[in-house]
Design a protein around this ligand. Structure first.
Ligand code: FES
Ligand SMILES: [Fe+2]
Length: 390
């Protein structure tokens, strides 16, 4: 990547033409499937369309309840240009609010922590955990100003199986009923009870769809992870489920000649209710558009993405473990070891995906055919086609 020259400033693609190309690849089965056109990964106009027709309408994962177990716990996240704070309020409920001050727009809080109120650093207006304005110094002389009528805008949110989702549209139906089959399948992983062992964040120099696709397909183990994942979870054994509409999944079983214990060596307590087949499997789930869940016999790799621009994506991963793991004297060492191997694998993905983004901008880049091992790539492409259709 060191030899990569500066990107050439090209005129954007004709959006109408691009949409025709995008839709012409739809309605196929897996064995006839093809990728989206490369311009769907490089066109700013197409990204803007995804923002309005997908991200502004869908339920987007912002975090896991394990990040805010106690009343007053909060974390912040910026998504689609909106500055949000996710907080456990005084009633114990998870609440998501805008954190842009109602005075002159400074963010009232940053980062994460525990608070009784959010006090804006600019002029010290203060808000309760429910977003109500509780203090506004030197505003008592001001005409027609009633602090009681000032509340930080509340964002629609739902917690499903421990994941906190937000939705910026009031028309979108509730998410929980549409995830019923996912919740059923995830039951043995106790998702809503899990705690955060550690967090990893990456800035990805590529489009959000590349991040989802690479998470979901294991075909690339043969190349990008030849020295790591391929040995135990060879891509050729992976398989994908039928699309469930709101979510889909792929599976990467352990090599048959290896014992199940090969997936149990981390020192973390394994999930008690898994079948042997589940112990041997690493499941890869996406709740569309970009909540990525990797299941392991003893932990969950929980990920959400923040699409920043057409070719830039923030990747936030929480590794979730059972609450019993908090008792382990060596939890920190276990986490450090897992973090190091997780980073190695992530670096392998990030390098190849940045090059893929670079290649997609060539005028010779074209629609590609996909392997039967890439069912999730085909399914995501059809999801995007469905969502952006008029
Ligand atoms: S901008 Fe927040 S108090 Fe002035
Ligand atoms: Fe990978």
């Amino acid at each position: 990547m060191n030899n990569m020259p500066f990107a050439i400033d090209r005129p954007d693609h004709d959006l109408g033409l691009l949409l025709e190309q995008v839709h012409s690849g739809g309605g196929r089965d897996l064995l006839h499937a093809e990728t989206l056109p490369p311009a769907a990964y490089t066109s700013k106009a197409f990204f803007d369309l995804e923002c309005s027709r997908i991200f502004r309408k869908e339920w987007l994962a912002v975090g896991h309840v394990g990040q805010i177990p106690k009343i007053g716990d909060y974390f912040t996240i910026d998504l689609l240009g909106e500055l949000l704070v996710v907080v456990r309020d005084t009633t114990g409920e998870v609440r998501v609010m805008s954190r842009t001050c109602l005075h002159r727009w400074a963010p009232v809080v940053e980062g994460k922590g525990n608070a009784r109120r959010f006090s804006c650093p600019f002029h010290r207006w203060a808000y309760g955990l429910d977003g109500r304005l509780v203090a506004a110094p030197y505003m008592d002389k001001i005409a027609d100003f009633d602090p009681k009528r000032c509340t930080l805008p509340q964002i629609r949110s739902e917690v499903v199986e421990g994941t906190i989702y937000v939705c910026f549209s009031s028309d979108t139906p509730s998410l929980a009923p549409r995830l019923a089959s996912y919740v059923e399948q995830m039951k043995p992983y106790r998702m809503k009870d899990l705690i955060v062992a550690y967090t990893m964040e990456f800035t990805c120099e590529f489009n959000w769809k590349i991040a989802v696709e690479t998470f979901m397909e294991s075909y690339h183990h043969i190349g990008a992870h030849a020295a790591t994942l391929q040995a135990e979870h060879p891509g050729g054994l992976s398989w994908g489920e039928d699309d469930h509409g709101t979510w889909t999944a792929s599976h990467q079983p352990l090599r048959p000649d290896l014992p199940s214990s090969a997936n149990l060596g981390s020192g973390l307590p394994p999930f008690a209710d898994l079948t042997d087949e589940q112990v041997r499997d690493s499941g890869l789930y996406v709740v569309y558009p970009f909540n990525l869940i990797g299941t392991h016999a003893d932990r969950i790799h929980w990920t959400t993405l923040v699409p920043v621009d057409v070719n830039r994506t923030k990747w936030i991963r929480h590794v979730l473990v059972q609450p019993e793991a908090a008792e382990l004297a060596d939890l920190e060492q276990i986490a450090e070891k897992l973090k190091a191997s997780g980073k190695r694998i992530a670096d392998e993905d990030l390098a190849v995906n940045a090059m893929q983004q670079y290649g997609a901008s060539s005028s010779y880049a074209a629609v590609g055919r996909v392997s039967h091992l890439e069912s999730a790539v085909w399914q995501l492409s059809d999801y995007v086609r469905r969502m952006i259709a008029d």
